[in-house]
Design a protein around this ligand. Structure first.
Ligand SMILES: [Zn+2]
Ligand SMILES: [Zn+2]
Length: 265
């Protein structure tokens, strides 16, 4: 397989609302984490940090210009590989132990990292079998309801377990922007890992559905708006045999609210 250069490992895309998407184009989309950056008045916010196979700080120059708080939406390998490059690191309490000691099983590197997830291999002497996330103990432990304040922008931490026990989303009420991590994105959702919990996932989805989102930036795949947000959640809940519990008055009259299919456990 072709080997990529460090200079081409990351690509950045400026979006609306002061949001920049940093991607790893040589990783196949399903495994490619969306890394989000926002410039704040007092400090910048980085949401997730990719696989860490090439230095993010060295290759994306604006990350080294100002203080950055690196938040982990959760600690799977594709989201926290470069956290160790940032002095300020935040993660939910339920996964702080993994960020401090990110072994291959708990970061899901054992399960997923193989040459096949790349379209070009990382530079250097990369070995999928030897890949591991570098420890990056958190300097701030997050809980549901916490505020992340950039000076001129403020995000609320929403604990949305299910995909993993410490999954969080970041909600900016002033703009209707939701950074959803792997709780919801426009692609196949993962709720069957060793650290997943489907009952928790259902409860988190019902909570996320009630948010008046304007745009959702997920942990993978392209961003989307409020209609797709509710559609994705409804598809997930329907797949678990759950009738949709909210916005009942907006449903067609033929749609009964009795449980459909098997009930989920
Ligand atoms: Zn994940
Ligand atoms: Zn992911």
């Amino acid at each position: 397989m072709r080997i990529a250069t460090p200079e081409t490992w990351y690509e950045t895309t400026r979006l609306a609302d002061g949001v920049t998407l940093i991607g790893e184009p040589h990783i196949k989309p399903f495994y490619r984490c969306n890394i989000w950056h926002l410039r704040g008045r007092d400090r910048d916010l980085l949401i997730d940090s990719g696989m860490g196979v090439v230095s993010l700080r060295a290759q994306v120059a604006f990350l080294a210009e100002r203080p950055v708080l690196a938040v982990a939406t959760h600690t799977h390998f594709d989201h926290v590989g470069s956290h160790h490059e940032f002095a300020d690191r935040a993660v939910h309490a339920a996964e702080s132990g993994i960020l401090a000691a990110p072994d291959r099983p708990r970061t899901l590197a054992d399960k997923y990292v193989a040459a096949e997830i790349f379209t070009a291999l990382p530079p250097g002497d990369f070995s999928a079998a030897a890949y591991r996330v570098t420890p990056a103990p958190a300097t701030r432990i997050l809980a549901d309801g916490d505020a992340i304040d950039l000076g001129d922008r403020r995000f609320e931490v929403l604990h949305v377990p299910g995909h993993s026990p410490g999954s969080i989303a970041l909600w900016e009420a002033a703009t209707g922007i939701l950074f959803a991590g792997d709780a919801t994105y426009d692609g196949p959702l993962i709720d069957d890992s060793d650290d997943s919990n489907i009952d928790d996932y259902i409860a988190s989805m019902e909570r996320l559905r009630r948010l008046p989102v304007r745009v959702v930036h997920g942990g993978h795949f392209p961003s989307f708006g409020p209609d797709r947000h509710r559609e994705l959640i409804d598809e997930y809940l329907a797949g678990k045999g759950r009738a949709i519990a909210v916005d009942r008055d907006r449903l067609p009259s033929s749609f009964e609210t009795r449980p459909r299919g098997r009930s989920s456990r």
